[in-house]
Design a protein around this ligand. Sequence first.
Ligand code: TYD
Ligand code: MG
Length: 464
Amino acid sequence: MASPKTVYVCSGCGASSPRWMGKCPACGSWNSLVETRAESQAPARNRLGGGGAALAPTGGVQILADIQAEDVVRAPTGQPELDRPLGGGMVAGGVVLIGGDPGIGKSTLLLQALDGLQRSGATTLYVTGEESGAQVAMRARRLGLGASQVPVLAEINLEKISAVLQRQSPTVAVIDSIQTVYSDQLTSAPGSVAQVRECAAHLTRWAKASGSAVVLVGHVTKGGQIAGPRVLEHMVDAVLYFEGDTHSRFRLIRAIKNRFGAVNEIGVFAMTERGLKGVSNPSAIFLSQHADPVPGSCVLATLEGTRPMLVEVQALVDGAGAAPRRLSVGLERDRLAMLLAVLHRHGGIATGDQDVFVNAVGGVHISEPAADLAVLLAIASSLRGAALPKGFVAFGEVGLAGELRPAPGGQERLKEAAKLGFAIAIIPSANAPRRGDAVLKALTIHAVDRVDQAMDLLRQIATR
Ligand code: TYD
Ligand code: MG
């Protein structure tokens, strides 16, 4: 039985019911009722609005120009590669969600960050629900933080955690993880959507009211038993996700939402014996080490946020059975199908009877369309069994009409490639640099308008 303080709210239409039902009586959708604290409905929203003083006198309405814009106060974490996706550091009253697969390094990084903050004079609190205090201490020792002054609370009950937060009022608190926290007020199991949402909403209200910064750690879950961090994305100020496969040393942290900074900014780390170390010049780490160029490989000059990076795109095209497969790792699969159609129609290269696999090296996820040309060149190179020349790089978006569209930040991409000793590039005409840039002198640039021109060039420069 639910306690009388809870109601079941349909996540589709918002209708509420005192009992759980499989089907929403209002909109008819199935399995959409979620247990919610009754009292946290309307008044909670008002509290969340913050800025009470500014809104009070005239029924809340103010002329935009009259509202005092406050500069946000940021506390750098001492980890520049974490501060970058955060937009410069932790923001007072801000709530950050950090998600990622289990074992990718969330707890490690946050312990390092809290220690950095504590050292620089901030007060901190690390709430651990997954590990005991002793386990956290063991990790700290491994990280060389044996003498750390960070206060640790091993607790999973929301009401008890709140009481400590209230008392200590730390500048920055980390909740590791939000999925282990549960509230007495709800009957749902810890980790359920209802619990995770309610606990996150409560901690968010507390952050806004107290001016403390809160970091919620969320595991990305494969099974449906435990609510994933996605259900919280809309209620927090910033969402950061860890990327990279656990088998490689490198970890990327990408901001996919940030009310205090730019999205898509990334931080790059390497996992070492003593925790995560920032990599300030990551460009070359996503290239695999071939002594000589091999067929099916093309280096892409990509732009992650404001940061140019070189990433190797690999393709394998091979004879298929009855149903040819299209598989991509780190690149978008739907886009791959579209690119293969364009390659056929506008490049005269058919892959309909072939399996096509593409992969972005190093576990990095690339979603920008400027990856298109490199993907097509890697595919054509694999199909022909001919390698692109040493020091070759490409970028550019491909349109359905076979045209090459310019990529943003073309100049930065080319400069990064030149800096790392790349010698030859195929890029969209619209990205061709103006003459006289000394940095780009060592780079032979082929600026083309269409996919078929790029394929002609490939035939000239690739070697079997
Ligand atoms: P952890 O931070 O516990 O991951 P998460 O909180 O995201 O689940 O990281 C766990 C992995 O990191 C574990 O496999 C061991 C490795 N690790 C190191 O390689 N070096 C270190 O110094 C530490 C603390 C962990
Ligand atoms: Mg952890």
